[in-house]
Write a protein that binds this ligand. Sequence first.
Ligand SMILES: NC(=O)c1ccc[n+]([C@@H]2O[C@H](COP(=O)([O-])OP(=O)(O)OC[C@H]3O[C@@H](n4cnc5c(N)ncnc54)[C@H](OP(=O)(O)O)[C@@H]3O)[C@@H](O)[C@H]2O)c1
Length: 507
Amino acid sequence: MPIENPFQDPLRFERRVPECAIAIFGAHGDLTSRKLMPALYRLAYDRRLSAGFAVIGISRTAMSDDQFREKMQESVKQFSEDTTFDADVWKAFASGLFYVAGDIGDAALYRNIGAKLAEVEQARHTGGNVLFYLSTQPSQYAAASQGLGAAGLGKGNGWRRLVVEKPFGHDLASARELSSRLHEVFQESDVYRIDHYLGKETVQNILAFRFGNGIFEPLWNRRYVNHVQITGAESIGVEGRGAYYQETGALADMIQNHLLQVMATIAMEPSASFHANSVRDERSKLLRSIHAMTPDEIRQNAVPGQYGPAKIGGEDVPGFRQEKGVDPQSQANTYAAVAFSVENWRWAGVPFYLRTGKRLPKRVTEIAIQFNPAPLAIFEDEDGPGSAPNLLIVRIQPEEGISLKFLSKRPGEGMTLRPVSMDFNYGSSFGERSPSAYETLLLDAVIGDPTLYTRQDMVEASWAVVEPIQNVWRETKFDFPNYAAGTWGPAAADEMLARRGHVWRKP
Ligand SMILES: NC(=O)c1ccc[n+]([C@@H]2O[C@H](COP(=O)([O-])OP(=O)(O)OC[C@H]3O[C@@H](n4cnc5c(N)ncnc54)[C@H](OP(=O)(O)O)[C@@H]3O)[C@@H](O)[C@H]2O)c1
């Protein structure tokens, strides 16, 4: 078996973690406070980081190293869900935190970063290894990378890698353009495009479930699978990010990246090994097999939505157009549902329904694989034939697990059937905490394992199927709002499935 990466253990644990500095652009921002710093602290708490480890925070706001440490301590205390804050661990961790202030457009910033890196390398023995993390406005990604390149920081005496937050481009051309700008400084193998869904335990478990067991794979095809539903539902609204959402929309914010990556994981062919490029080759191949629809097909197979005001639990909830920073005539989608088809031998004719939305009744991310019914209904089904199909449900959040739904005989006389469920729950089965997606992904990037990161061809393949939908929606005037806050989305999305004899699940 070829060894692509000497640090990579096929079982993905107990891997050697090299010493390094992580330089975070956007260290004064929301993502650093809520996700990145709690994840890094938790890795330190679990003794997963090497002793030669440092974090350099970068953003415009002036702060001293100590002020940065104080702010990060507050964030870790506030946003670490299940960590008991340990003062000794924090003290050791905080001694490795540093801060550099400056503007991404200013060459002086990179000179200061270079000086800080040299200082940290001396003091903390980071070995010249640097992971740059771009957690700033997407419009700044290329500029930051170019600034690093111009200052000679893209290369050094250790390795240099670049993690890029989402969104990666706003259409196919901009994603290509961004990749080529980054490639002027970092080669593709050193560019880590983050899709935090791929870091979630349950999404990784899809691979274990499918390819570590012999019993499911024979059913995993058009002969047995009727259709697949992938839902990423949020119960909250845009939470002060109205202006961002107005620009981006649910289709680009969720389907283009997270849900299509989940679909690729569910539908990809088995990879020959668990090496980064083997897995990514299969994901990429699947994404490239998704049919890019014509405008006529899009009108039949894609439905946008936008929530209107409603009363939920006795409380008035504003519609999207009433949110702060949103145009009262906005045509932005806060809901999107698409029926994709995969043009390969395994999946021809099996619809993959993807939907996402804000202000739906519940926060839930799940994949439901519906199997074909038994060829002949010889028993009485409590709610009529076909009312309770065989379903395999992979729950990604909030609780993580897998359920298989099937029919069983109701106790007592007669042969009446009732749906029952066989359940696996991650928490109770393993009795231990799952690492957060950011813990997994940060550690992978430090180790140099890009399996769970998105490659250029994957990003481009997903834009290639999403962009035509975006174009049709941009040219169409929709009668928004078309669903009330707190409901499961527009009627047109139900009709889209009804035309094929299917119904959306209400998880
Ligand atoms: N927040 C999330 O939940 C989330 C989820 C997924 C992805 N993301 C992505 O992560 C990235 C960061 O999001 P965020 O919510 O943390 O954004 P944010 O709160 O607006 O923070 C942006 C950060 O970038 C810095 N910055 C902006 N312009 C700069 C410039 N010209 N020079 C230097 N620093 C500059 C800001 O510094 P100052 O504050 O000092 O001005 C701030 O630290 C975005 O790409 C976003 O799409 C965020």
